[in-house]
Design a protein around this ligand. Structure first.
Ligand SMILES: Nc1ncnc2c1ncn2[C@@H]1O[C@H](COP(=O)(O)OP(=O)(O)OP(=O)(O)O)[C@@H](O)[C@H]1O
Length: 281
């Protein structure tokens, strides 16, 4: 039995919207490192949230460790998404050392120290007075502190500098190799990832286009003459094709602008208000 087994999973946020997941089926084995690839809106975050048990599957089957993740919550499943950084709690005047201790930093002191070093965290930082990237490092440290069996990462490395990202990716590889942990990582940044994944899942418009071990994708192993990795070139080609298949948004754009202009004759007021608010912040 695979660690993740999803069959015919469909999900919609509301009946008035199209399906965000449309008959999705994937199997991922224990110890795998999967890259979840797809254009904006393809359904990656929705799938990760369902695997984390944060939403109830509307149709189909989701099994993680042989259980429905929504009903059987496992503390060894960690889901790290981008929304945490916007949580007001992490903008309070709090010393980072205290925050890390509050989530069990002392229970895993060696792991804690290794993460603090990989993520180059200054324990004296105060959460209300650090940059987004620094705050992200603290989030990753807190999220990875307890040894996980399954890690669901939703584009959380965007604001890390290249060195921290590269060290983090090596740490994650070693977690899958030494402890047989499993990782699913949705990202748009393929730099430095060429050798990282063991599996790929390609999504488009809520559907799985293709999935499987990297050996099923010979195109990512070839050499390119553009200076980009073959993985990046392949993902670029996929997403360009997906957008072509989805169709241009030109017609919707024209009619929507017309509707908006008919409703808001005085768009400049909104513009002025927006900048007043931004300046006031
Ligand atoms: N709260 C919501 N209410 C209604 N529809 C939503 C909501 N969140 C997402 N969707 C829709 O579900 C679809 C899948 O969104 P999802 O966030 O899973 O995409 P994604 O692949 O993670 O995109 P991105 O790369 O931009 O993060 C999109 O078409 C989106 O419009």
């Amino acid at each position: 039995m695979d660690l993740i087994e999803v069959s015919n999973l469909s999900y919609t946020f509301s009946p008035e919207f199209p399906l965000s997941l449309d008959h999705v089926s994937i199997n991922l084995p224990r110890g795998s490192r999967t890259l979840l690839v797809g254009a904006n809106g393809a359904g990656k975050s929705t799938l990760l949230r369902l695997l984390a048990g944060k939403s109830l599957a509307k149709a189909g089957n989701v099994s993680v460790f042989g259980n429905d993740p929504f009903r059987e919550s496992k503390s060894t499943v960690v889901h790290l998404g981008t929304e945490w950084v916007n949580n007001p709690v992490v903008h309070r005047d709090m010393i980072v050392a205290r925050l890390i201790a509050s989530v069990g930093g002392d229970v895993f002191p060696e792991r804690r120290d290794m993460l603090i070093s990989i993520l180059d965290i200054d324990l004296r930082w105060r959460m209300h007075a650090i940059s987004d990237g620094e705050r992200r490092r603290v989030q990753l440290c807190m999220g990875l502190l307890r040894p996980f069996d399954l890690l669901l990462l939703d584009e959380v490395t965007v604001d890390l500098d290249v060195l921290a990202r590269s060290d983090l990716l090596s740490f994650l590889s070693s977690e899958t190799e030494t402890r047989k942990a499993t990782i699913v990582y949705a990202t748009h940044i393929f730099d430095g990832l060429a050798k990282w994944p063991t599996h790929l899942v390609h999504m488009s418009q809520g559907k799985i286009v293709d999935s499987g071990p990297v050996s099923n994708f010979p195109e990512i192993q070839s050499v390119t003459n553009t200076g980009n990795s073959a993985l990046l070139e392949t993902c670029l080609t996929w997403i360009k094709e997906d957008i072509k298949v989805r169709g241009s948004r030109e017609n919707e754009k024209r009619s929507t602008w017309q509707d908006v202009q008919d409703t808001f004759k005085t768009g400049t007021d909104v513009f002025t208000d927006y900048f007043k608010i931004s300046r006031a912040r």
